[in-house]
Design a protein around this ligand. Structure first.
Ligand SMILES: Cc1cc2nc3c(=O)[nH]c(=O)nc-3n(C[C@H](O)[C@H](O)[C@H](O)COP(=O)(O)OP(=O)(O)OC[C@H]3O[C@@H](n4cnc5c(N)ncnc54)[C@H](O)[C@@H]3O)c2cc1C
Length: 243
């Protein structure tokens, strides 16, 4: 999935900010990433971390949430779910630490003729969804579904006139992704001119993908859906994703 020959960059953790109770924004910068460019929404890097639990190395995918235009510096927003090497690394990351990453990979191009965007993600895909929302022309109509634990986990989202942002709260004890799936399956969307982008827990995304193509009749090229992680599986790669 990830080609080893992609350029690898060394970065320094510049800042760690809790943007939500279980989400850390990690700012990476430094001269080692001066040649790094990332100019499309949803682009991601493979972050190579050392697990603070056992010292083992691991690589995991993270979306570039922002890139500074003026200096080598990116933000990644990491879900602190506590169960994997990358999440544990993020929980203990401190300014001054070194980390490396490869990439970028992925792309997003607006769909010609689409005049309504259905965007959906859980916390892992929130950064990617927001990069798309910010990139769409201001008058674009659409609905943005974001699943989080509860109101305390909602983050400020820049307002965009035509896009409705719908925060979907998980009921306690319900596996991640199910509330998002239910919300997307119940969404009221126009009959024509719809493009969709969804990512998050793999099982929930599978149901969303099926809904988009079978119930809404979207062409697969206009209905991107990718499992970003899978319940009870480490380092999941979605075999059904189109990239
Ligand atoms: C293209 C792409 C972009 C991504 N962008 C982001 C991003 O910007 N921010 C982000 O936080 N994640 C993002 N992800 C998801 C992230 O790569 C996975 O969540 C990854 O599994 C985290 O690695 P880990 O080492 O913490 O856990 P792993 O070692 O992979 O998994 C260990 C355990 O943790 C569970 N787990 C993994 N992720 C989650 C989660 N989110 N919530 C609850 N349990 C989980 C697994 O089911 C498994 O049981 C992205 C994934 C892809 C493919």
């Amino acid at each position: 999935m990830f080609r080893a020959r992609r350029t690898r960059y060394t970065a320094t953790v510049e800042a760690v900010t809790r943007i939500a109770p279980r989400m850390a924004r990690i700012t990476l910068g430094g001269p080692g990433m001066s040649a790094f460019r990332c100019d499309e929404p949803t682009q991601w890097v493979k972050l190579f971390v050392t697990d603070p639990l056992d010292g083992r190395a691991a690589g995991r995918a993270y979306t570039v949430r922002h890139q500074s235009a003026s200096r080598p510096c990116i933000d990644i927003d990491v879900v602190l779910h506590g169960k994997g090497p990358a999440a544990r690394w993020a929980e203990t990351a401190r300014p001054g630490q070194e980390v490396s990453f490869g990439g970028p990979k992925g792309s997003f191009q607006p769909v010609p003729g689409a005049d309504f965007y259905l965007l959906a993600g859980d916390e892992s895909a929130q950064p990617a969804v927001l990069t798309i929302a910010e990139h769409l022309p201001p008058a674009t109509r659409g609905a943005v579904y974001l699943e989080v634990a509860g109101p305390e986990a909602e983050i400020p989202v820049p307002r965009q006139a035509g896009l409705d942002v719908i925060w979907v709260h998980r009921e306690a004890g319900r596996p991640k992704g199910q509330a998002l799936r239910d919300a997307v399956l119940a969404a009221d969307v126009p009959r024509h001119g719809v493009a969709a982008w969804a990512a998050g827990e793999s099982g929930a995304v599978r149901d969303i993908r099926r809904h988009l193509t079978e119930n809404l009749g979207l062409d697969r090229r206009h209905a991107y859906a990718k499992g970003y992680w899978k319940l009870d599986e480490a380092d999941h790669r979605d075999p059904l994703a189109s990239d």
